[in-house]
Design a protein around this ligand. Structure first.
Ligand code: AMP
Length: 146
């Protein structure tokens, strides 16, 4: 029985994204689900605010283009049809929630490093996505690359 019909996989495009992509593809295949991918590019202005006396537009566009290329590569090698590949600029958790709603997602998949202590209390992206999501959220434990 296929429980999940529409899966949204959030990728930070790090090396660990391979682990997430292959497990997610297996799950999507097993339940014949629609698979969507999202990567959020945080605006440079979030990091630098008004402190940098230059126009960051071109660098931001280059970051977006780079993310688009990498997400396309993941979609190619995931081994399962990808319905939509979303690149959006904004706050990561907010944009994942927004896309999940818009796509009528019933499962959001994120990676988790299973951090301990303070980092866990303060919350990782996985934590942030879980809180405020209107659907199920699966955190897949990713192993740190050596
Ligand atoms: P982190 O808490 O930053 O280690 O990220 C954990 C997981 O959150 C990643 O494996 C992704 O699934 C998701 N994630 C983090 N940053 C982003 C991003 N910029 N865009 C999409 N997903 C992200």
């Amino acid at each position: 029985m296929s429980i999940y019909k529409r899966i949204l996989l959030a990728l930070d495009l790090s090396d660990e994204s391979d682990q997430l992509a292959s497990k997610t593809a297996e799950m999507a295949r097993a339940s014949d689900a629609e698979l969507n991918l999202i990567h959020v590019v945080e605006p440079l202005s979030f990091a630098y605010g008004g402190d940098v006396p230059m126009d960051l537009t071109t660098i931001q566009e280059q970051l977006d283009d780079h993310a688009r290329t990498k997400l396309d590569q993941y979609a190619e090698k995931i081994g399962y049809p990808v319905n939509r590949k979303i690149i959006v600029t904004g706050h990561t958790e907010t944009e994942i929630h927004r896309a999940a709603e818009e796509l009528n997602t019933d499962l959001v998949i994120v990676g988790s490093h299973g951090r301990h202590g303070l980092a866990l209390l303060l919350g990782s992206t996985a934590n942030g996505v879980l809180h405020g999501a209107n659907c199920d959220v699966l955190a897949i434990r990713v192993k740190e690359e050596e």
